[in-house]
Design a protein around this ligand. Sequence first.
Ligand code: NAD
Length: 539
Amino acid sequence: MSNHPENEPVLGYAPRSSERVALQVELNRQMNEVVEIPCIINGERVFTGTTTTQVIPHKHGHIIANVHLAGKDEIAAACDAAINAQSDWIDMGLEARCAIFEKCADLLAGNWRMKVNAATMLNQSKTCFQAEIDSACELIDFWRFNCHYAREFHGLYQPLVSPKGVQNSTEIRPLEGFVLAITPFNFSSIAANLPSAPAIVGCTAVWKPSRNSYHSNYVLMELMMEAGLPPGVINFVPSSGPDISDVCLSNAEFAGVHFTGSTAVFQGLWQRIGQALPEMKSYPRIVGETGGKDFVVAHPNCDEQGLLVALLRGAFEYQGQKCSAASRAYVPTSVWNRISSPLCEEVKKIKMGDVCDFTNFMSAVIDQRAFDKITGYINRAKENPDCEIIVGGGSDDSVGWYIEPTIIVSSNPKSESMIEEIFGPVLTVYVYDDADFEATLQLCDESSPYALTGSIFATDEGDIDTAFNALRFTAGNFYINDKPTGAAVAQQPFGGARASGTNDKAGGPLNLLRWISPRSVKHTIDIPHDWEYAFMSED
Ligand code: NAD
């Protein structure tokens, strides 16, 4: 038996399977209730009375929750609760902390699975499969593997040498103060992981969830409390971004930020932290995974059917709202002449609609703002003489925020949809001359500020090597003959560099190391009793 956890198996939800029946029952139940969501501060449910509604993106007239928002006073109370809880949390020790998060994983793998998946499906418009790989499997893996990695490095980082009369050791301390976890809407797993990864190694956290995933995130907060998370260790505060920044970044005990979201918000946070430094007790750790403009480069000798499937799944699963979604492709003329029609035919077969209808492959985008932003890109492409929309291009926000899977062919490799993050179901293709493979790799490297994920399709090892070297800094997660999405914990630790983040690889030991601040301890057994050194004697 291996001494590490295994990845949680993905359930298939085939017709008449027991998991499908259970999920449908839970979806029906959640469709018929409106949850009152409080803040959770120091383990207490706080109903502030200042509320906002949470709607279902694919049926935006349907309210699933009323959410009580934290104002500045509640955020300040959450910071205090986290600070006050830290000493006991450290004293519990690593094993007891891991036992709680491993219990979280077991609950999620068991009785809580359908509740969490249904909440993610309704709140974020994910199909059952997209919810299963996110809110169940990835989060179970985050919890189990992070505990495993934390145990491993607590033993690893001990001093190599203790000379006679001395015992050297390293105490793996957490950061002093509280960690601010600011989380994105698109992955429930990331939302729960950002406060809990630092907590495993002894930090305490203030968790600001996204306004578009309060419902699913609250279910996960409840799960952690059920697993025995002590009061104050993670404080759940739905609130506005500016309020969170104002209160947390001016608190001297602010120890660091664990962020996933857009590049612009992260850069703003970093600047504010820089300005606040003179008031801080410590230098805060800044960990952020941000946007992407993820690519697929095809070589003339590639597997064309494999490329077609990777483009379709990579660009359109979860409506393209993955930071890793394929959103630009560089395809040689010969290949494009053969695959463009079949690709469009397959895209036209994609069924889009309510996630409760399991035959749908896609659903709605997250909110009106996203709908307006994405359709803006599509409409500008329609006007742009360099661009042609070869499939899709339609949208309808009357019932839900639906946007058709859309492919734009651009003759300009620097047109806006080739270089900017759109975060929706839009793929832009640049068709290059078959002879220009190497120049195209350079173009791919230079065209966008992001460097998150990307893939190369080629069959010849030499061509793969050429791309591997040319694209070294173009992606933090690099795929060969596969779509650029779907990284698995403990298999492909995730994160990108350049404008895509600090590349601290969520779900791996490197991320956990950012939340510790070791203390080196020298324990002298043979205590010197003579202050004079040998060199000082006269002969
Ligand atoms: P977003 O940046 O709009 O929001 C992220 C979080 O920041 C939310 O909780 C939001 O409320 C908060 N926020 C916004 N303004 C703030 C402010 N001024 N101060 C403090 N907090 C503030 O991103 P989103 O729409 O939730 O998620 C989509 C983005 O996240 C995309 O750019 C995507 O690429 C990125 N993402 C990256 C990864 C990754 O691992 N690299 C993973 C998932 C999502």
